[in-house]
Ligand binder design. Structure first.
Ligand SMILES: [Zn+2]
Length: 174
């Protein structure tokens, strides 16, 4: 049985086995909207990339933008590089909890790929924020909900403003 502490082993340069770390797999780089996390190499679907390490806090810090909610009610403020994971309504990665002997490891979050990711592609997760924390989404995917929000709470929000660059269309006259 695999435990989350087991780092995947790969063949090193001289035939030796070496542990492949998260930093071998991803790097932080600039995007038009700040920093993001990008694949250094091809990542297959279902690949566990690593634990989201960071500070587990009882209450949200002043700037909760990077925080992830935990089932215990606490929040996880991730450290780099996974602090810079951006949102998409059509993500290629997801967060998950590990169960050990039937017990959820409540304060630990892990990241895995949902589909194959090409070298240089940005890693994206669905933030699924509660409606009270939602902000307009500009991910630009066909599945975009218009808001960065949990799909189950989308109905609590007004229709998103037009993402077009032009002025709003005038009301139609009859
Ligand atoms: Zn979107």
């Amino acid at each position: 049985m695999t435990s989350p502490q087991d780092t995947p082993l790969v063949r090193g340069g001289r035939g030796r086995l070496r542990a492949e770390t998260l930093r071998d797999l991803v790097q932080v780089a600039d995007t038009p909207l700040g920093r993001g996390v990008f694949a250094r190499r091809k990542l297959v679907a279902g690949r566990v990339l690593g634990e989201i390490v960071g500070d587990v806090l009882a209450v949200e810090p002043d700037d909760p933008s990077y925080c992830m909610e935990l089932p215990s009610g606490r929040v996880l403020e991730p450290a780099a590089p996974l602090r810079f994971l951006n949102h998409s309504c059509e993500p290629n990665c997801e967060l998950f909890y590990w169960e050990e002997e039937g017990a959820l490891q409540e304060d630990r979050l892990w990241l895995q790929t949902i589909r194959t990711i090409k070298p240089g592609e940005e890693l994206l997760i669905d933030y699924s924020w509660p409606a009270t924390a939602a902000i307009p989404c500009r991910c630009g995917t066909a599945a975009c909900r218009g808001w960065i929000v949990d799909p189950e709470e989308l109905h609590l929000l007004p229709p998103p403003a037009s993402a077009g660059d032009g002025p709003p269309s005038p009301p139609s006259r009859s």
